[in-house]
Design a protein around this ligand. Structure first.
Ligand SMILES: *Cc1c(COP(=O)(O)O)cnc(C)c1O
Length: 305
C-alpha cells in the first residue's frame, strides 16, 4: 500500500568557500523524493497516513495558507494513497485560486475558506461539528503537519544518511522536522536548526516536548539559529534572491524562498565566520518546498533565467 520511495540522494557540494575553509557540505536531497509529495512534508505525513489506514479512516482534513507546502503535499499524498482530503484554507476564496490551491483541487482536495478571525478558531468544536456533518468522519492533521506521528517518518531521513558526519542542518517552521531528526540521533552529533520565523519564542520548547513525548528523553545536542529569517516568515530580500541565484549557478540545486534558501544562506554565513572547525562534515537537509515558486513566477524568471 505504502510503496517506499527510494532513499533520497546525498550529494556533496563543491564550492570554493568549502575548500578554503576545509569544511565538507553534503545535501540530503529530499526535494527529489517524489515529484509531488516532496521534502519533509512527505516525511511528516507518512505515518499519519499509515495510522489513518490502520484505523480504517478514509478522509484527511488539514489546514494551511494559500501557498502552503503542507496543503500541497497532503492533497498529493491523499490522492496517491486513496484518501479523500479536505483543506481548511486561511483567506477568502478568489476567482483565481493560487497555483498551490489549484493543484490541491486538481488532486481532489475539497477546499473550505475561513477568514483570518475564523481561521484562528479553526480547531474549535463548532467548526469540527460543522465539517463532520458536512463531510463525514476524518482524521485531522495539524497545520504544517507537525504532531507526534510526524516524527518516525522524519527519523527515516537520518537512517538513510550513509556517511559519517558531524553536523545535521535543517530549516525550521513548526519544529516537527528537527524534532524527528533529534529523536533518531539519540543525542549523537550536532543539529543546527534555522528558523524561518521571526520571534519564534517557544520553538525550542515545542521541539523538546515532541522529542520527550516520542523518546522519553531530553536531548540538548541542538541549537536553533534565529538570525536568518530575513525579516520574517515568507519575507524576501534581494540579498536572499541573489544568494539563491548564485547557489543555483554554482551547484545546480534550486532552493526555495521560505525555508531552504534561508537555511543555506545561514550555513554559508556561519562557514564564512569560521563557526565550524576545519574538517567538519555537514549534512544539510533539502526539505523541498519548490512548489512555492509557483507563487512567485516573475521572481523565478528574474532569478533563474
Ligand atoms: C514546512 C517546511 C519546513 C519546516 O518544517 P517544520 O517541521 O515545520 O519545522 C522546512 N522546509 C520546508 C521546505 C518546508 O516546507
Amino acid at each position: 500500500m505504502f510503496a517506499q520511495f527510494d532513499a533520497s540522494p546525498l550529494q556533496q557540494l563543491h564550492v570554493e568557500l568549502l575548500k578554503e575553509k576545509g569544511v565538507e557540505l553534503w545535501l540530503k536531497r529530499d526535494d527529489l523524493l517524489h515529484p509531488e509529495v516532496q521534502g519533509n512534508k512527505w516525511r511528516k505525513l507518512k505515518y499519519n497516513l499509515i495510522n489513518a489506514k490502520d484505523k480504517g479512516m478514509e478522509q484527511l482534513l488539514t489546514f494551511g495558507g494559500p501557498f502552503s507546502n503542507h496543503v500541497y503535499a497532503t492533497a498529493a499524498a491523499a490522492n496517491l494513497y486513496g484518501f479523500k482530503s479536505i483543506g481548511i484554507i486561511r483567506g477568502y476564496e478568489s476567482a483565481t485560486l493560487s497555483p498551490t490551491l489549484a493543484f490541491a483541487k486538481s488532486k481532489g482536495m475539497q477546499l473550505v475558506f475561513l477568514d483570518k478571525t475564523q481561521y484562528r478558531e479553526k480547531e474549535s468544536d463548532v467548526f469540527f461539528k460543522e465539517w463532520e456533518n458536512h463531510f463525514g468522519p476524518f482524521v485531522v492533521i495539524p497545520e504544517g503537519g507537525t504532531n507526534l506521528s510526524a516524527l518516525p517518518g522524519v527519523a527515516e531521513v537520518v537512517k538513510e544518511i550513509d556517511i559519517d558526519f558531524d553536523v545535521l542542518c535543517t530549516a525550521c517552521g513548526t519544529g516537527g522536522t528537527i524534532a524527528g531528526l533529534l529523536a533518531q540521533l539519540n543525542n549523537q552529533k550536532q543539529v543546527l536548526g534555522f528558523s524561518s520565523l521571526k520571534g519564534d519564542g517557544d520553538l525550542a520548547q515545542t521541539v523538546d516536548q515532541l522529542v520527550l513525548d516520542y523518546t522519553g528523553s531530553r536531548f540538548n545536542n541542538y541549537v536553533i539559529r534565529n538570525e536568518f529569517h530575513f525579516g520574517g516568515y515568507a519575507k524576501i530580500t534581494s540579498e536572499l534572491m541573489q544568494f539563491i541565484q548564485s547557489f543555483k549557478q554554482k551547484t545546480g540545486v534550486l532552493l526555495d524562498l521560505v525555508y531552504t534558501g534561508k537555511m543555506m544562506y545561514g550555513i554559508f554565513d556561519l562557514i564564512r565566520k569560521d563557526y565550524f572547525q576545519r574538517g567538519t562534515s555537514i549534512v544539510a537537509l533539502h526539505t523541498g518546498g519548490l512548489q512555492g515558486w509557483s507563487g512567485y513566477p516573475d521572481m523565478r524568471k528574474l532569478v533563474l533565467d
